[in-house]
Design a protein around this ligand. Structure first.
Ligand code: HAM
Length: 424
């Protein structure tokens, strides 16, 4: 019978890779707690309408990348392509805004987009997502960005570029959009089919097109920064002033637009040359109209999402990110010894130690090799003889020192193993 494989673009994360995931997640939790950011968990499945309204009908995500299906109950449901719309929905649904003036929330988990899979791009991928909701003060923008950069360096990334731009607001963007559309109108033939369509629906997206003709055409286009209103301009200048004060280097990328429609004012991306074509580790920005658009009060917000697979692919491959290795390996010679070791290893585990044992009848040399490979601190060797005398040699794997320990008391053995423990 043919074997069943995973779905294209959906990846298994194997046990050997998990230490990197735990490492990244632990640093995220620690850094976020220092900045007062609290965890929220939202469902993977939402009503399709949430993303259509939140992300925007004329975005690539909503137009062609969502996993949407008709539920048996007659509702259209979608596997979340991002977390922001869901977090805002939960924030509004549970009236979190009534509890505190500024809510700082983070969530981590899988997102789903039916994109063309390639290096660094998957159909199920993971994000670490942060949202600061409640204030439009530019200090909030720079605090969020500062925390993000601090986190990325804390994880150990290097050669990062922070790019920022302002995308204006509903007061100034329409005039820019008209200006851009009329600039592009008589150059329509030079645009790709997608961008010709975008010209009518979402002309700002043309800045992101990778096609040669579109890139050349857009190179001379008017730029949003030259059209933003005075309020947006002074907001953007304050964000920059604060980033300077926080010693956070950035580059203003006047052509940067983002792939989701909810953005207003500050937008940013962190890229790295280490990633090749899919070089964005993080994207984010302010979305002051989103809460209202989703039916709530007019509450401003800003956030970002980090692509965890991309982040992890930048960590050194050979480094051991796990500090968890077994305290004890029980080498066994004979069936009776295995029986005894079975009880002992499980008792030791229940007392908080990590114990492994040998179930096969492999020779001692082979078993010691396995103990070494597992990185065990100690090995206890049990055979018929040891069971008879009630004493067995406990070998320290580092120095090879050996002492006899009594087998009658798992507590005493546990005490010896715990005494030498430095890694927890
Ligand atoms: P985004 O730019 O669509 O923003 O995604 C953020 C990050 O997720 C990207 O920079 C990338 O690292 C990763 N990513 C996106 N698509 C894929 C994929 N197919 N495979 C692997 N990684 C991917 C958002 O999602 C916004 N919700 C961010 C945000 C939060 N804005 C405000 N708050």
């Amino acid at each position: 019978m043919a074997s069943i494989t995973s779905v294209r673009g959906f990846k298994d994360i194997l046990p050997e890779e998990m230490s990197k995931w735990h490492y990244v997640e632990e640093i995220a939790r620690r850094v976020f707690s220092h900045f007062g950011v609290k965890e929220i968990r939202v469902p993977l499945l939402e009503k399709t309408e949430l993303f259509k309204r939140g992300i925007g009908e004329a975005t690539d995500i909503v137009e062609k990348e969502m996993y949407t299906f008709l539920d048996r109950g007659g509702d259209y449901l979608t596997l979340r392509p991002e977390a922001t719309a869901s977090v805002i929905r939960a924030y509004l649904e549970h009236h979190l805004y009534a509890k505190e003036p500024l809510s700082k929330l983070y969530t981590m988990g899988p997102m789903f987009r039916r994109e063309r899979p390639q290096k660094g791009r998957f159909r199920q991928f993971h994000q670490i997502n942060v949202e600061f909701l409640g204030l439009s003060d530019p200090r909030i923008d720079s605090e969020l960005i500062f925390m993000l950069i601090h986190f990325l360096y804390a994880v150990g990334l290097k050669d990062l570029t922070l790019e920022i731009n302002s995308l204006g607001c509903p007061l100034c963007r329409p005039a820019f959009r008209d200006r851009l559309t009329s600039f592009l109108k008589d150059k329509e033939n030079a645009l790709c089919e997608d961008c010709r369509r975008r010209l009518g629906t979402n002309p700002l997206r043309i800045f992101d097109c990778k096609q040669e003709g579109c890139r050349e055409t857009i190179a001379g286009a008017p730029l949003i920064l030259d059209y933003i209103c005075d309020d947006c301009d002074s907001h953007f200048k304050e964000v920059q002033r604060n980033l300077d004060a926080l010693n956070t280097p950035y580059r203003v990328n006047r052509q940067m637009v983002r792939g989701l429609d909810y953005y207003t004012r500050t937008a940013f991306e962190v890229t790295t040359s280490a990633l090749g074509a899919q070089n964005a580790v993080t994207g984010g920005g302010r979305y002051d109209g989103l809460a209202k658009l989703l039916g709530g009060p007019d509450i401003p917000g800003i956030g970002f999402a980090i692509g965890v697979e991309r982040l992890i692919s930048m960590l050194p491959a050979d480094e051991n990110f796990s500090n968890v290795s077994p305290d004890l390996f029980i080498a066994t010679l004979g069936e009776k010894a295995r029986d005894f070791a079975y009880g002992l290893s499980n008792r030791l585990r229940a007392s908080g130690l990590i114990a492994e044992m040998e179930f096969s009848d492999k020779g001692l040399k082979n078993q010691m090799k396995r103990a070494n490979k597992l990185g065990c601190r100690y090995t206890l060797i049990i055979g018929e003889n040891e069971l008879e005398t009630g004493k067995a040699p406990l070998r320290h794997m580092d120095g090879g020192e050996q002492e006899d320990v009594a087998l009658s008391s798992p507590q005493d053995l546990a005490a010896i193993l715990k005494a030498g423990k430095t890694d927890t």
